[in-house]
Design a protein around this ligand. Sequence first.
Ligand SMILES: *C/C=C(C)/C=C/C=C(C)/C=C/C1=C(C)CCCC1(C)C
Length: 245
Amino acid sequence: MKSLLLNLPLVADVSKIATDDYVGFTFFVGCMAMMAASAFFFLSMNSFDSKWRTSILVSGLITFIAAVHYWYMRDYWASNGESPTFFRYVDWVLTVPLMCVEFYLILKAAGAKKSLMWRLIALSVIMLVTGYWGEAVSRDQAAFWGLVSGVAYFVIVYDIWFGQAKKLAVAAGGSVLQAHKTLSWFVLVGWAIYPIGYMAGTPGWYEGIFGGLAMDVIYNIGDAVNKIGFGLVVYAAAVAAKDSK
Ligand SMILES: *C/C=C(C)/C=C/C=C(C)/C=C/C1=C(C)CCCC1(C)C
């Protein structure tokens, strides 16, 4: 329908999603879930004291940044039927460092130094830039770049599980230690979803093993689990800290 005066569509075209388009569906649902989670974190943050408020604000920023990217990715997929690799990695390169900030904020009271935060951020950027290189630029060398990215990932896992971050968490004890433990499991198990997506999406490589399960579906599940789950762990820690007062 056109408006008479402006000759513009009155209603913006809504992209179609076919019933068997699992990628399109998970982009759509992912977008909604990220929006809802952001509203939840932003609206609840003021009921906590300042030590936890920033952490919950960061949880909300992570899901909000993802919601905006999912909005674009959903549209990109619906219009082009292609993986929105660029938006995907821009999203990750903003949100994953914020998750590293989250680790730092939780451990700050236990004496965490900024250098710990910057180290984790640098490692996460190396992990993502090399992953992008293998996925978008140097497709023929996807296995090599995936490996480099995987090494950076393992260093992050090591730091969080056994390095300085772990020592600080043990020293802090209580709800901080509990939150650190759960977040460490997210990094070990939840983040491991992504290399699986990467392998499933690399032609002629492990593609077959995953039975044609689309890379984007795997990434979308990973994002929902990790971004919303991570935020809820921080939220639960803040609630536990309040209750124990
Ligand atoms: C919210 C987004 C998150 C938590 C994204 C995390 C992404 C990763 C942990 C990606 C890791 C990768 C590897 C370990 C190897 C293959 C390339 C990547 C980038 C998919």
